[in-house]
Design a protein around this ligand. Structure first.
Ligand code: TRP
Length: 334
């Protein structure tokens, strides 16, 4: 059976260094490694499950697609598309909703976090978000899904839905999607609080480095990043209680393909006023080609739209026969 990867990100706000080092860069590795067929979508239908700006959705979708390409997703090698341009995602979601228990959805921690105190007021879309995510994966019979820790529970639910579908309608029809965890998938934390993940929704822009930040802004953010008064140690393990310091060393290592210990062998005994300028250099070197390429792509929406249209055709060509088979298996008049 084809080994097929599917993943996606929401078109909300801007992508940052954490998205790049933790996810995007690994997608590109998986694409280039050649063991998998790779599909990457912009999950615009998921983006409307919380309040959003309808006048910005279209452009945000293009921006995320541009970020994928700028980071190395090749729209020929991979299928790159917007979720909403493949109707079978929504169709399959409805069918899968009939085999998903409310109790399971109520236990999803992301729903609990996002719905907050007043669950009665939460939308059905937010509640059924994981069912749509399962449909995203299953409509392509994807076998592998690169996701972060926060999405593990959703992927587990997708596997359970597979179990139910296969049991009721056709043994082994859907493969159980496995998570792909890459060792290098660095966990990048906020520049202001080493215990918080770098996040696109954090209030202060100084907590993150966006893929579109220019060299001056990157330098400013790194210079202002929280640290401590001690010098850098020799062993990475000695940074376990110095979360902000650990994060900056992690970022340096991720950007230069070095382990924490390797980075420290260059900087042990040095202060942050020596380390930070070196970090600025590697960050700017690494990120400026990405932001340049993104801006280039976004200056010509025709080009990015053409990539998305082509991706939609290719994605529909895989998804449509599957939704037909599923509806036949479920007994619909066709
Ligand atoms: N829920 C994922 C997130 O917020 C995004 C997503 C939607 C996704 N559908 C997916 C990820 C399918 C992987 C596969 O990160």
């Amino acid at each position: 059976m084809t080994k097929r990867i599917l993943s996606g990100m929401q078109p909300t706000n801007q992508l940052h260094l954490g998205n790049y080092l933790g996810a995007l860069r690994n997608w590109v590795k998986l694409q280039d490694q050649g063991d998998f067929e790779t599909l990457f979508c912009v999950v615009d239908l998921h983006a409307i499950t919380t309040p959003y700006d309808k006048d910005k959705l279209k452009q945000s979708t293009r921006e995320i697609a541009a970020a994928y390409i700028a980071a190395g997703v090749d729209p020929e090698k991979s299928v790159l598309f917007a979720q909403s341009s493949v109707p079978a995602h929504s169709q399959l979601m409805w069918l899968l909703a009939t085999m998903t228990q409310m109790g399971k959805l109520s236990r999803m921690t992301q729903f609990k976090d996002k719905a907050g105190k007043n669950k009665e007021k939460a939308g059905l879309g937010l509640y059924s978000y994981p069912v749509l995510m399962a449909a995203d994966i299953l409509i392509y019979k994807a076998t592998h899904v690169p996701v972060g820790d926060d999405q593990r529970q959703h992927l587990e639910l997708a596997r359970e839905i597979v179990g139910t579908f296969n049991h009721r309608y056709g043994e082994n029809y859907f493969p159980e999607p496995e998570s792909v965890v890459l060792a290098e998938g660095a966990r990048i934390m906020s520049l202001r609080d080493g215990a918080e993940k770098m996040s696109k929704s954090a209030q202060s822009d100084m907590t993150r480095i966006n893929l579109t930040d220019d060299a001056d802004l990157i330098a400013k953010k790194i210079k202002k990043a929280k640290t401590d008064a001690e010098v850098l140690p020799e062993k990475f393990a000695d940074l376990d209680t110095r979360l902000e310091a650990k994060n900056l060393v992690t970022i340096y290592g991720a950007l230069t393909d070095k382990t924490g210990d390797e980075v420290l062998s260059m900087f042990a005994g040095k202060t942050f006023s020596e380390f930070k300028p070196a970090l600025v250099d590697v960050a700017v070197d690494h990120l400026s080609p990405i932001s340049l390429r993104m801006n280039e792509l976004l200056s010509d929406t025709d080009q990015i739209d053409a990539y998305l249209r082509r991706g939609a055709e290719r994605a529909n060509a895989i998804a449509q026969p599957h939704i037909d088979e599923v509806m036949n298996m479920m007994g619909f008049w066709r």
